[in-house]
Ligand binder design. Structure first.
Ligand code: NCD
Length: 316
């Protein structure tokens, strides 16, 4: 399958998914983000880079990290930023997503970071956007969250080096509802990760096609043995319409990351979680705040990754 989101000149046209992204593009974005890091949290160095361009954050679902870091990333690059508040907008009067996009485009918005509850919604909007407008998928349903996938890979790479073929990584939790897990799996496959383990209760695992190339475990003690990185996922109770988890205590006992369980991983293993974390449900606070946690590094890397993505999409 060829990756449909590239321009004729090989640059990225929109960031919709990491599924099928050429590994050279993935590496280029990671290298660029690493280089941006020095300027990601302040300073004036890159304020001219994208000045005159406008980013709109268009979030049809709640967000703390992703929305804030897109806004900061754009600001660090000198962009104008429009934070579109869906809750108080005419979306509440029934205006369609496409009409909302067209309206904001007409005001001169160049780039949209879009979060939506429906799988595929951002790709559909990208197809409807005018030439030259770029869309970034900031999470669509369960489908993809590519900038999170990139920042997770950057975080692993900083800790473990760039040879992913040496690494064993486990992704544990509510994989079924997680767009983060899907984007992480896409990226890990592309980067040639040595072993991708996926662990969770059977009713929180996705269909087999999502898990291609992964080893599936239902026992976290086995799954975590000797891994170099543990990626924990939030239990997404807002997406569960059925009682998928009978007891939160039972869930923590079987699939929670406690200090004792973490000792089964490689001694220098790192712990990631995309946030927001449910303390005591999928992760023990002692681990979340402990020395192996990279959770706040992920947040810091998020700004740099989003700067790299905006530059890739918008720089002339
Ligand atoms: C994730 C999301 O919204 O997909 N959060 C994030 O972007 N950091 C994960 C989650 O909500 O559990």
């Amino acid at each position: 399958m060829s990756y449909p989101w590239l321009r004729g000149d090989g640059r990225l046209r929109h960031l919709i998914t990491l599924d099928g992204m050429p590994v050279a593009m993935l590496q280029r974005l990671l290298n660029s983000a690493q280089a941006m890091l020095a300027h990601a949290h302040g300073g004036l160095a890159l304020r001219e880079r994208l000045s005159g361009a406008t980013l709109c954050s268009l979030f049809f679902e709640p967000s703390t990290r992703t929305r804030s870091s897109f806004q900061l990333a754009a600001t660090r690059l000198g962009m104008d930023v429009l934070n579109f508040d869906v809750a108080t907008s005419s979306v509440g009067k029934g205006e369609s997503d496409r009409d909302t996009l067209a309206t904001l485009q007409a005001m001169g918005v160049d780039a949209f970071a879009v979060r939506h509850s429906r799988d595929g919604a951002v790709a559909e909007l990208a197809a409807a956007a005018t030439a030259g407008t770029v869309l970034i998928n900031a999470g669509d349903g369960r489908n993809a969250h590519p900038s999170q996938g990139l920042l997770d890979m950057l975080t692993v790479r900083q800790a473990k080096g760039d040879d992913f073929s040496r690494l064993r990584i486990v992704i544990c939790g509510d994989v079924r509802h997680s767009r983060v897990a899907r984007s992480d799996i896409h990226a890990l496959r592309a980067l040639g990760a040595g072993e991708i383990r996926v662990c969770g209760p059977a009713n929180l695992l996705p269909d087999a096609d999502v898990l291609a190339g992964c080893r599936v475990h239902d026992n976290f003690d086995t799954a975590i043995a000797d891994v170099d990185a543990v990626i924990m996922l939030r239990l997404q109770r807002e997406r569960m319409h059925e009682g998928l988890v009978p007891s939160l205590d039972g869930y923590f006992r079987a699939f929670g990351l406690s200090p004792e369980r973490l000792r089964r991983a490689a001694p220098d293993a790192v712990v990631l979680h995309p946030g927001p974390i449910n303390r005591g449900i999928e992760i023990d606070p002692a681990v979340a705040d402990g020395p192996q946690s990279r959770i706040l590094h992920q947040v810091a890397n998020g700004v740099a990754v989003r700067m790299a993505v905006l530059s890739e999409l918008l720089e002339q």
